[in-house]
Write a protein that binds this ligand. Structure first.
Ligand code: GMT
Length: 373
């Protein structure tokens, strides 16, 4: 098959899923044309994966760039040059609309369109009624729509008043051969020189990630004189706020602020816990990556997280916006060695249920079905 895939290049789950799906499909002998406005995060060279960059032109007359048009124009060019049979867009807006425009312009009616909804394309844009006609149009005109969790599917159906039957759930996936516990002693010593327990958080620090809740919860643990460090990885709007809070609480020396890491496996492998205090998380790819590395998860009971993290088995789920409960869950797992060991093993087993070998064939079957129809 020849497939064109559109995704965002910034560090984030939807781009990671697109890149990994492209790699896996190329591994099965398919030709993948990945389209984005910058080289996607974690994209490595792979035979069968071809990258096409959307040029973002400045136009001094108008303040807002014509992003959707630029994407459509690039897609028209890719359709002409590479003749994909199918377009798979990751994130409903603006990509499904750009793809429909490109298909209309190119006149290639036989090319199929698949849209995968990932999260805030529904939970944020879907709350803005003015955007409903566009999202509904993008999803309604797609030949197939997939959601990364049941929770996201029902949220989309409720918010947009579309039928759940039109949306199939295909969970995000993980290569459990690559993602596994492989600790580096030197990294552990660097992060926690006094043998402290390591609490890890990786995100893009958007308000939806609620990083301040984690800093507050961590502060409670530090004030109990526990030997703990917090490793905060990534960049985004609330990083400065987290630094400021840490400074005011007098706990800066206990927090390591790291830039975005392309390969998180070493960090998952030295940590004792990963924490996702998010307000909303349609799936929580970081939780799955951590579990594959045998790391228990403390997270909020929201969105698709309960579908990934088994509460009381592979992690502990707490209410959103409750840092006292967050601290209590972290405390339980850090103090109870037997529970931690059990959860680590169960986390790995749970992650294996999302292995690429199980999930990728579902995408392949979907593509094949559409091409045969
Ligand atoms: O939709 C977003 O907020 C961005 C998106 C991303 O690109 O990081 O994240 C979403 O998609 C991921 C991959 O499917 C999921 O693992 C994340 O849970 C989801 N984020 C939210 O729902 C906030």
């Amino acid at each position: 098959m020849k497939i064109a895939m559109l995704c965002f290049p910034t560090p984030g789950g939807s781009g990671v899923v697109a890149v990994e799906l492209a790699r896996e499909m190329a591994g099965f002998g398919h030709e993948i044309h990945l389209i984005s406005y910058a080289i996607p995060f974690r994209l490595e060279e792979k035979a069968g994966v071809f990258y096409h960059e959307v040029p973002l032109r400045d136009f001094p007359l108008f303040p807002y760039p014509l992003f959707t048009m630029e994407v459509a124009a690039k897609l028209v060019a890719v359709i002409e040059e590479c003749a994909p049979q199918l377009i798979h867009v990751h994130y409903a807006l603006p990509y499904s609309i750009a793809a429909l425009l490109a298909l209309d312009i190119s006149g290639q009616k036989q090319i199929k369109l698949v849209t995968t909804i990932h999260g805030t394309d529904i939970s944020t844009w879907g709350r803005d009624k003015a955007m409903h006609p566009l999202i509904r149009h993008g999803l309604g005109k797609s030949d197939a729509v997939t959601a990364v969790s049941y929770s996201l599917r029902s949220e989309a159906a409720n918010l947009l008043n579309v039928s759940e039957e039109h949306i199939s759930v295909i969970y995000n996936f993980i290569d459990t051969k690559r993602y596994r516990h492989q600790p580096e002693k030197s990294l552990r010593i660097k992060m926690a020189p006094r043998g402290e327990k390591i609490i890890l958080h990786i995100s893009n620090f958007r308000p939806v990630k609620r990083v301040p809740d984690l800093v507050r919860a961590f502060n409670l643990l530090v004030k109990e004189n526990r030997e703990v460090v917090l490793v905060l990885v990534g960049d985004g709007m609330e990083k400065l706020m987290a630094r400021k809070m840490a400074h005011e609480m007098g706990i800066s020396s206990k927090i390591r602020f790291l830039e975005t890491w392309a390969d998180p496996i070493p960090l998952f492998s030295i940590a004792d816990l990963v924490v996702l205090p998010s307000e909303k998380e349609s799936f929580g790819l970081v939780a799955l990556e951590a579990m594959a590395c045998s790391l228990p998860v403390v997270a909020t009971h929201t969105g698709g997280l309960p579908e990934v993290v088994r509460d009381g088995e592979t992690g502990l789920l707490v209410p959103v916006n409750d840092w006292i409960a967050l601290a209590a869950a972290m405390r339980r797992l850090l103090d109870d060695h037997e529970m931690h060991r059990r959860f680590s093993m169960a986390a790995r087993r749970r992650a294996e249920q999302f292995d690429t070998s199980i999930v990728i064939p579902r995408y392949e079957a979907l593509y094949q079905k559409l091409l045969n129809s």
